[in-house]
Design a protein around this ligand. Structure first.
Ligand code: 6GU
Length: 269
């Protein structure tokens, strides 16, 4: 099995990243040879007896900055091993990571993931040694390691053959821009709650329709922003129109009830 994707993670905390490759689907991807993950200790590229990787910021201020020389040497060494790889710096200043970007990265031959620590890395590294900057969200982490693992996880599961079922990645949340429908397994009653009848019916066309409908309505209720930027299919438009009609009919019936009620009843309500 030729390696489909090579990762190198550059960090001063290799022990934090190493266990990532030891579990679940990621582990299987590595063991099958589809994926390789090498964790590179930036400190090994630092000079001197103390192998210092950070220093005080020019201009003063609090916090430390990662020195450029060890980072540059580590990036160069990783690129020598993986000449076709894209070098990515994980930073809150980067492009927001999402499923589209994960799909894009899954087409690369390799990724060199540069994890910063302290207040940041020397700006000259950002300019000259990095092809892309990625952020995993609008919050601040103490370092890029968790972000690198998030990116690797999302990318690895998109590499053909890494998931058990070949079609699993196509059925994901976000694959078609919607959240997923709900999932149920045995028992059929749990603490007073049943399972939607249709899922027990064995009618696969009906089940597909139910899943499509609940995925759409759930997305509308939980993440309307996802629908706003995505064209609706004819079937989806029909589903939403039917819900609109049902809601209008309900409101109409309520209005009729109020009109039927006597003035005395109305004062009580
Ligand atoms: Cl990539 N790094 C850090 N340090 N904080 C973050 C981040 C990355 N993405 C969101 N917050």
């Amino acid at each position: 099995m030729p390696v489909a994707m090579k990762f190198a993670v550059l960090t001063i905390f290799p022990e934090m990243v190493a266990p990532f490759a030891a579990h679940g689907i990621v582990r299987r991807a590595v063991e099958s040879g589809r994926v390789s993950i090498s964790v590179v200790d930036i400190r090994e590229f630092a000079a001197g007896r103390h192998r210092v990787t950070d220093d005080r910021p020019y201009g003063g201020g609090c916090g430390m900055v990662m020195k450029p020389e060890p980072l540059a040497a580590a990036v160069r060494a990783a690129r020598r091993q993986m000449p076709e790889a894209l070098t990515v710096h994980l930073t809150p200043q980067g492009r927001p990571f999402d499923q589209d970007l994960a799909r894009q990265l899954a087409r690369e031959k390799g990724l060199v993931l540069v994890c910063g620590r302290y207040e940041g890395v020397d700006e000259r590294i950002c300019q000259d040694f990095v092809d892309a900057e990625i952020s995993i969200g609008d919050y601040v982490l103490t370092g890029g390691e968790l972000a690198a693992m998030v990116v690797m996880d999302a990318v690895i599961r998109l590499i053909p053959g890494t998931l058990g079922h070949e079609d699993s990645a196509e059925q994901d949340s976000f694959c078609d821009g919607l959240l997923e429908h709900g999932h149920y397994t045995r028992p059929s009653r749990f603490e007073g709650h049943g399972v939607p009848e249709v899922l027990l019916s064995g009618n696969h066309a009906e089940i597909r329709r139910w899943r499509q409908e609940t995925a759409l309505i759930r997305t509308f209720l939980k993440r309307p922003d996802l629908l706003a930027q995505r064209p609706l299919s004819d079937a989806e438009t029909a589903i939403l129109k039917r819900w609109c009609r049902d809601i209008e009919r309900l409101l109409q019936r309520q209005a009729e009830h109020r009109a039927d009620a006597s003035p005395g009843d109305q004062q009580e309500g």
